[in-house]
Design a protein around this ligand. Structure first.
Ligand SMILES: [Zn+2]
Ligand SMILES: [Zn+2]
Ligand SMILES: [Zn+2]
Length: 87
């Protein structure tokens, strides 16, 4: 079943990863998203299909929070994503 990522607009089953971006917390701190590591689970993320070294798609249950290291969807950091843009 095809699921479209609302962040990159691509089909999660066929896109190898999401678009580059950065997470921001309520205090203005910036955190680089943790890409899929491939550790122990194979060449592609079992949840969103991102390949090793690529960022997870939006709301991926396997993505880790770059601030606290817990599962991003379940942690209390409430990080907001924004596209990686020119500085
Ligand atoms: Zn995506
Ligand atoms: Zn994922
Ligand atoms: Zn967190």
């Amino acid at each position: 079943m095809a699921v479209t990522c609302i962040r990159c607009g691509k089909d999660m089953d066929s896109a190898p990863g999401c678009v580059p971006g950065v997470y921001m917390d309520g205090a203005g701190g910036l955190y680089q998203p943790i890409p899929y590591s491939g550790a122990g689970t194979g060449p592609a993320c079992p949840e969103c299909g991102a390949v090793r070294g690529e960022p997870h798609h939006v709301d991926c249950g396997a993505e880790l929070c770059p601030k606290c290291g817990a599962r991003l969807l379940g942690c209390a950091c409430r990080l907001m994503w924004r596209p990686a843009g020119p500085h």
